[in-house]
Structures are given as C-alpha cells and as structure tokens.
Design a protein around this ligand. Structure first.
Ligand SMILES: *Cc1c(COP(=O)(O)O)cnc(C)c1O
Ligand code: SF4
Length: 338
C-alpha cells in the first residue's frame, strides 16, 4: 500500500501521483479480488504473454463488481487469446520499430513532429502496440532533450510539437520544463500537443505544479486524452479535465475501437456524450494497430463503418470521432470509409 511521503503527510487531500503510480495493481489475482471475482481464477491465463498487468487502483475502482465482461477490466486483464498467432498481426504493425526505439523523434506528417517522450505508462493496455517495445523510461527526454531540440531548431516547417509515448506525463514536471525552456528559442513551434492517458487513469497527475507549468507556456496547448468507454470518466477525471481547460488547454480524446469493449453504437454514443460533459471533444476512433497478441480485440472495417454511420445518425457532428487507421508511409492517418 501507499507509504506516506513527507509531501502527502503535509497535504493528505492531494496524494502524490508518484505514490499512487507505484501502488498500482500488478498481480492478476489481486485485481480479480478487487472486483469481486476472486474465485474466478479460470479467467487468468498461465502467463501474461510477456506484458505485465498494470493498473492504478483508482481506475480499478471504476470497474463493475462481479462482472468478467466489464469494459475497463477487459482493457487490462491478460487473456489466453494473446498467445494466438493470427495472420497479419506482427510485432511492428506501423513500421516504426526503428524510430520508436531510437531517439524517439518522428517526423512523418507535415508541420508536426512527434516525440516518444517516455516509454512508461501508468496502465498497461492489452491492445497496445507498446507491448512489444522494450524501451526504457526516457527516450526523447534523455540528455535534457538535446537531440529533439536540435532537430526542432533545424526545421522551421515544424509548427506543432507532439509529446507522445508511452505516456509523456510519466515524466516529472521539471523534465517537461526543461523541454519548454528549449522551445522558447524556437518561435516557429507555436503549438504543444500532449497525448496522454494519465488524466483518465491517474487524474492525480494533473497537480498544481503541472498546471502552473502548462499555464505558463507561451504556446497553444492541446491535450489529447485516451478513453475508450464512458465508465472511465468519474468525478476525479472531470476535475482533472476542468483544471486542464483552466490552464488553457483544448481537450480532445482518441479511442481505439475494441471488440467486446466499445463496438456498439450505444457504447460509443455514451462515450462521446460523457467526454463532452467533461469538456472533451472526440478526435480519433482508431482501428487497432495489428500487433501480435491483440487480434481478439479487432473489429472489421465493415462493422466499424456501420457503427460510424449509426453514430452519425444519432449525434451532432462534433461528437462523432474520425474513424482512422495508421498506415506506415502515409502522410496522415488514413480515414476509413471517407
Ligand atoms: C498520429 C501521428 C501524428 C499526429 O497526427 P494528427 O493527425 O495530427 O493527429 C503526428 N506524427 C506521427 C508520427 C503520428 O503517428
Ligand atoms: S501507450 Fe497508451 S494505450 Fe499503450 S499502454 Fe500506454 S496508455 Fe495504454
């Protein structure tokens, strides 16, 4: 359990996010017990297919009890199907292995550079391409961001810097401040975008120090969250979103279309409605990256397009995400079904 740090003793109302991060559940049996399924050891495969279970307790608290089909549980619990070998599902579905394990600077799309800022995440999502990347804690952030800053400085066509990962908010705020100090010398970089799941899975990360840093940036700020189901939102997530908006960030969300989790028009409708209630607009609905161990989550394109059509018939246009797939070599995410 959490060992009180000096800081959390001083302000018990705001637990330190690092302590909560370390306190995540990593034992599948403990997770099942926490959701009232302690007897269902049949749900746990003999091994985790090389990708450990990891989930913060606050996220577990949003799972329904006694329900092995809970959509949050299914995102994190290892399954036997992860061992299935399925044609077309490879170790490097988007062809980025070299750059993602290297210095972490990706410049594939016009005007935008993406940094793999960190390889760490507070949660291990079973469907993620990251399950096969053995990268360390820091990638682009290593060496005071030196390589990334040099590449940005050398290319005035880059107007938007995207921090991705892993989860860039796994880095200390002081590390992020090192980066923003370097950016101050580069007026061509006008926007900072952060791709992060932390405000959803560990909203305590959005603490005062982080907000102060974010609000201080002389840049336009976009935070792209990652939630796949309405149940991922609770009062803590709402508060984190409100604080991010208060610091001047535009909030968007990307989801992955996942069989058994959100491949239903009611579920996707609820997700859009719920995120908008938190001040977040839907951005992308991704078709799964076809990486080994994730085939059981895949939804075919025909079903995906039918879902989108049904969503469009229900929701205002601004609550309908763009259905896309990432294809190596393309100049943008590829829209599915136009
Ligand atoms: C997804 C991605 C982006 C961002 O694309 P947008 O369509 O602007 O969201 C930028 N660079 C890389 C390498 C990406 O994979
Ligand atoms: S990169 Fe995103 S989807 Fe992948 S494990 Fe981390 S939080 Fe989950």
């Amino acid at each position: 359990m959490i060992t009180a740090s000096p800081q959390s003793r001083l302000s018990p109302a705001a637990p330190d996010w690092r302590a909560l991060w370390r306190d995540a559940i990593t034992d599948p049996k403990e997770l099942l017990r926490a959701v009232g399924l302690g007897e269902r050891t049949d749900l746990i495969p003999p091994d985790d297919a090389g990708f450990a279970l990891r989930v913060p307790r606050g996220f577990v608290a949003r799972m329904r009890h006694n329900d092995p089909t809970d959509p949050l549980l299914l995102q994190v619990l290892p399954q036997a199907a992860e061992h299935d070998r399925v044609a077309g599902f490879t170790m490097d579905a988007v062809g980025d292995m070299a750059s993602r394990t290297g210095q972490g600077f990706l410049h594939k799309y016009h005007g935008r550079a993406l940094l793999i800022a960190s390889g760490s995440c507070a949660v291990n999502c079973r469907y993620c391409f990251r399950r096969h990347f053995p990268y360390g804690e820091e990638i682009a952030a290593a060496g005071q961001w030196r390589d990334a800053l040099a590449q940005l400085e050398a290319d005035p066509s880059i107007s938007e810097l995207i921090l991705s990962g892993g989860d860039p908010l796994s880095l200390a705020t002081s590390k992020l401040a090192d980066l923003s100090r370097g950016l101050a010398e580069m007026p061509h970089v006008r926007r900072l975008r952060i791709h992060t799941r932390l405000p959803v899975v560990l909203p305590e990360r959005i603490d005062d120090a982080f907000l102060k840093w974010l609000a201080s940036l002389p840049l336009q700020k976009v935070v792209v969250l990652h939630a796949n189901h309405a149940n991922e939102f609770d009062a803590g997530v709402d508060a984190a979103c409100a604080r991010l908006r208060g610091a001047g960030a535009t909030l968007l969300n990307q989801s992955v279309l996942l069989r058994g989790i959100n491949n239903h028009v009611d579920t996707l409708t609820d997700l859009s409605e719920r995120m908008f209630a938190a001040g977040v607009l839907p951005y992308y609905l991704h078709q799964l990256d076809r990486v080994h161990g994730t085939a059981h989550f895949e939804v075919g394109d025909a079903e995906a397009m039918a879902l989108l059509e049904a969503l469009r018939a229900r929701l205002p246009g601004y609550l309908v995400p763009r259905l896309v797939r990432e294809i190596g070599g393309d100049t943008s995410k590829r829209p599915i079904g136009g």
